[in-house]
Ligand binder design. Sequence first.
Ligand code: 4NP
Length: 155
Amino acid sequence: MSRPSVLFVCLGNICRSPLAEAAFRAEAMRIGLEVKVDSAGTGDWHVGQPPDRRAQATALRNGVDISGYRGRQVTPEDFRRFTHIVAQDRDNLSNLMRMRPRDAIAELSLMLEHAGRPGESVADPYYGDEEDFDVTWWDVTRAAEGLARRLSIRD
Ligand code: 4NP
């Protein structure tokens, strides 16, 4: 099968999906998985902006610098360019299903499915505090490990 490519999606692309992207990049590198990775938001409020300061701090505490990431919005083209699109919550997933073009190739999934928690959403830490961002990091890391493992054993 061709090289996999994964797009992580949340609402604003400044908290959860950049952390998911960071955790997955780190895990893919750790296990030697060659994969294209990006993240995007269903909303457009933070296009061109760096991740939320608290998300940057959380990633840095865990050894990853995400200060260079910039927000962008999901496009129909993403469904043809990525093999996997991973929604952080159920609202993101239903929005993605609605905008999915007929010739999409991307497989849609919910992030925590890959952590053995089907149907669960990664909680939005935007209105929370540092501890909420730690929970987000924990959740996206467990899911990133599961997804990376799955992609590394497929043919
Ligand atoms: P994210 O969090 O979807 O995890 O990036 C949010 C960021 C911004 C907003 C909501 C959620 N907002 O309403 O601007």
